[in-house]
Design a binder for this molecule. Structure first.
Ligand code: ZN
Length: 297
């Protein structure tokens, strides 16, 4: 275990989470708004502020996890559709290294999540780990035999943007019918609005479903059916040891129970149904810790 201090940062479309990490635990954390609607410069300013808040002089390096397609070598965000305004060709590594005079690594946020869960969380000891984050959008990563699987150009693992419904609802990426348009937080709000005409947050919709409101139950049925198909697709394609699910929606039983149960029924061979589907053990710290694991190397 590393005895040095590192900073891990998770840059999301809404919030920037930064943490001071010692060994494998987060000692100090800060959450600030990304304010991506105010443009690239504001995001960078907020990022520097977040790092500053948890900074101490003996920090050895800074690991960044960011949603979107990443050029890891350059430390650049190529594109990130989940931001309010397009966040493109932003060299985070150069910006932070100049400012803080420490080495910086940049990786996709869901890859950081999956790496941390595979080394230290619910996927510990498993050979083939797939991570899914069910939040505003759906992120995913794959860690096979201890290493992040990046694919040919570095963008592998976009399970949230695999098609579940042909010619389905519009996705944030510009395509249609993707898992994210049916099983994410954003999808939940949109589906509820389509059925009832009312715009409510996810907590309200969950509460109404618990009270057995018809519209809310209908939303959960659509979400869990789509998630079941998504999970079964992952299992049938990869035969992973374990799928670790994190993000705010992972704790919602109304989604978890039917989706995980149905996913097993949709697998093609009996052995595939043995893939474990478990909740994240590290919670919000997974992305932060995962980002530091990459800079420690
Ligand atoms: Zn999509």
């Amino acid at each position: 275990m590393s005895k040095n201090y590192y900073i891990g940062v998770d840059i999301g479309g809404t919030k920037i989470n930064a943490g001071l990490v010692f060994g494998n635990s987060v000692q100090k954390r800060i959450k600030i708004l990304t304010e991506s609607h105010k443009g690239k410069q504001r995001v960078l300013k907020n990022l520097a502020r977040a790092v500053m808040e948890v900074w101490q002089d003996n920090v050895k390096g800074i690991g960044i996890g960011c949603a979107g397609e990443i050029d890891r070598k350059a430390g650049k965000v190529i594109t990130s559709p989940n931001f309010h305004r397009q966040f493109e060709n932003v060299n985070i590594k150069k910006f932070l290294e100049r400012k803080f005079k420490r080495p910086v690594s940049v990786e996709n946020d869901a890859n950081c999540f999956t790496l941390a869960e595979s080394k230290l969380g619910s996927g510990r000891g498993a050979k083939y780990v797939v991570g899914l984050t069910l939040g505003t959008g759906i992120g995913s990563g794959m860690v096979f035999e201890g290493k992040i699987f990046h694919g040919q150009s570095g963008a592998a693992g976009e399970w949230g943007h695999t098609a579940i419904v042909d010619n389905g609802l519009n996705c944030s990426c510009g395509k249609t019918g993707h898992l994210e348009t049916y099983s994410s937080g954003k999808a939940m709000i949109k589906l509820y609005k389509t059925i009832t005409g009312e715009e409510k947050d996810t907590f309200y919709i969950e509460k109404m479903a618990i009270k057995k409101q018809k519209a809310a139950l209908q939303v959960f049925k659509i979400m869990s059916d789509a998630l079941a198909v998504g999970l079964a697709n992952i299992i049938n394609a990869l035969n992973p040891t374990v799928i670790v699910i994190g993000g705010g929606l992972a704790r919602v039983e109304l989604l978890w129970q039917p989706a995980t149960k149905k996913a097993r029924r949709l697998t093609v061979f009996p052995d595939l149904a043995k893939t474990r589907i478990v909740r994240s053990a590290l919670g919000d710290d997974a992305q932060i810790i995962g980002a530091t694991l990459l800079i420690k190397k």
